[in-house]
Ligand binder design. Structure first.
Ligand code: F6R
Length: 503
């Protein structure tokens, strides 16, 4: 047992755990900052990604990483070095970028990087960043906020996700990233989708589609729950870990747990070269382009598109062919046009969101895939609008939540599916009868005249599984304008981070 008789003698100045590392390094320092950090690492438990500077060594930064992303960018010509958790922070700088791996420690100077791996000197490998379009790195393109830019990007980001993977005429889907897994995919009997926040909502749509189209049992699970319960993962389970950043701590842990239990793990990431990508057997790129605003928008819609492609690919590998698949492919073909129809309604959505600030409680109600869209739309309004928002499958209302409904309530009904529209209308009438104001979002329906509702939006009907994309985009625009007109911060809402790399 080793002893470290120091901590009690040190005075702590903050309440963050990071200070423990600073105190430890300071205690072990004997003139060489690198040696002090290397010794400190032998005492640490948990996860970390940190950079240490010392006033006596202004030309040196020592960095270390374990289960947390640390990226170093070196500008050899300019004599500069940069350190960040995400390469996006370096903007368009032409840099040699090195990503630290688990337990790496490195000394960074303006002249270069010296890397230690498993106690030995290691030649750093520069990452190839060509996959990222440089014009997509951190520019608002004239918009006031990244969130609005990213909402408006969606016809383009969806198209990017389909390019080269989906041939509309041939009705053919091919994900080259999964080519090497053909044999394993053939044997897949069950799917589990793992993610957090918006990525979890995308997984819910995936699980429902999997059962509907492939008749394979599937479930979506919040990664932070999956990692701590005792999930039943039988052989031949495909675990799909979904993460925009690929750095979310709980998703990484869930991925490791799924692997330990014998699942075949495929990652779905938007950011390339992420930790999740390194762990998974294969990664399908979501191709939404850089998403800077904390609130996920285009990454969510591209995740849904990528999941649809992945399931169509799986069906092809398994030799499954059905009319439903053809229908879905037709839906993919019409998707960007449908999305543009929703975006064109931005002025009306802005007016509605402004008026909606007089309500103190919000409900998003839907059924089937629309219930999943409701969960995602509600998350947006909560994140940037700090509003008291609930999302429920509308049939659940009468089992409790309806007790909250009064004249201060705004209910937004997502009535996208024809087969449950009658039930949806009847649920909306119920809340209206109890004093709530209702915004109805649905395809054109002559019976549902505008004057019946406080607000009315008409979206085209394309395909049941893809239509949530349109309704979610409405929710994104509503949340943005609600926050904007309330004077809230948009791109960096309080208490939130773009990637949650801690538990
Ligand atoms: C929602 C949002 C978060 C993320 C969640 C997962 O707008 O931004 O809920 O979806 O933190 O992040 P990723 O997808 O990076 O794992």
């Amino acid at each position: 047992m080793r002893h470290l008789d120091i901590i009690l003698l040190q005075q702590f100045y903050s309440e963050t755990d990071t200070e423990v590392i600073a105190q430890l390094v300071a205690h072990l320092y004997q003139g060489d900052i690198l040696l002090a950090v290397q010794e400190a690492l032998t005492w640490l438990q948990g996860t970390w990604g940190f950079a240490v500077v010392h006033q006596l060594h202004p030309d040196q930064i020592v960095v270390a990483s374990k289960d947390s992303p640390v990226t170093v960018g070196i500008d050899l010509l300019g004599g500069q070095a940069f350190i960040a958790s995400d390469r996006k922070a370096f903007g368009q700088q032409a840099l040699t970028v090195v990503r630290l791996q688990n337990n790496d420690c490195a000394l960074v100077k303006a002249t270069g990087i010296t890397l230690w791996r498993e106690g030995k000197l290691h030649t750093p490998q520069a990452v190839d960043w060509q996959g990222i379009p440089t014009d997509d790195l951190g520019h608002k393109a004239g918009y006031a906020h990244f969130m609005w830019k990213e909402i408006m990007d969606q016809p383009q980001s969806i198209m990017q996700g389909l390019e080269g993977r989906f041939e509309a005429c041939a009705r053919h889907v091919l994900l080259s990233e999964l080519e090497t897994l053909k044999e394993q995919l053939l044997g897949v009997k069950r799917l589990v989708f793992l993610g957090c926040g918006s990525s979890y909502h995308a997984g819910q749509i995936g699980a429902a589609l999997c059962e509907e189209m492939l008749q394979l049992p599937a479930q979506a699970e919040v990664a932070s729950e999956f990692r701590y319960r005792t999930p039943l993962i039988e052989g031949e389970t495909l675990a799909i870990c979904i993460s925009q950043s690929g750095e979310t701590r709980d998703v990484i842990a869930a991925c490791q747990e799924a692997q330990r239990l014998g699942a075949l793990v495929v990652a779905l990431c938007n950011v390339n070269h992420s930790t999740l990508e390194h762990l998974a057997c294969a990664t399908v790129s979501v191709r939404a382009g850089a998403e800077v605003s904390v609130c996920a928008t285009k990454s969510f819609t591209s995740q849904v598109v990528t999941i649809v492609l992945l399931l169509l690919h799986l069906a092809t590998v398994k030799g499954i062919r059905s009319a439903r698949m053809d229908q879905l492919m037709q839906g993919l073909q019409g998707l960007t046009l449908a999305v543009e129809t929703v975006l064109a309604q931005a002025p009306a959505v802005a007016a509605c969101a402004g008026e909606a600030r007089r309500f103190s409680r919000f409900f998003f109600l839907g059924r089937c895939y629309m219930a999943m869209a409701c969960a995602e739309a509600a998350l947006k309004l909560r994140e940037v609008g700090y509003a008291d928002v609930y999302a429920l499958p509308s049939g659940e209302m009468k089992h409790g939540a309806i007790a909250l409904v009064d004249s201060s309530t705004l209910v937004i009904g997502f009535c996208g599916h024809a087969h449950v529209r009658k039930q949806m209308y009847s649920n909306l009438m119920e809340v209206q009868a109890r004093g709530a104001s209702v915004v109805l979002c649905s395809p054109e329906d002559e019976e549902m005249r505008s004057e019946l509702w406080w607000g009315r939006f008409v979206f085209p009907a394309n395909d049941d599984v893809l239509d949530p994309i349109m309704y979610v985009i409405f929710g994104q625009m509503f949340a943005y304008h609600y926050a904007l007109q309330s004077g809230f911060l948009i791109d960096c809402p309080r208490n939130l981070a773009k990637s949650v790399t801690v538990e």
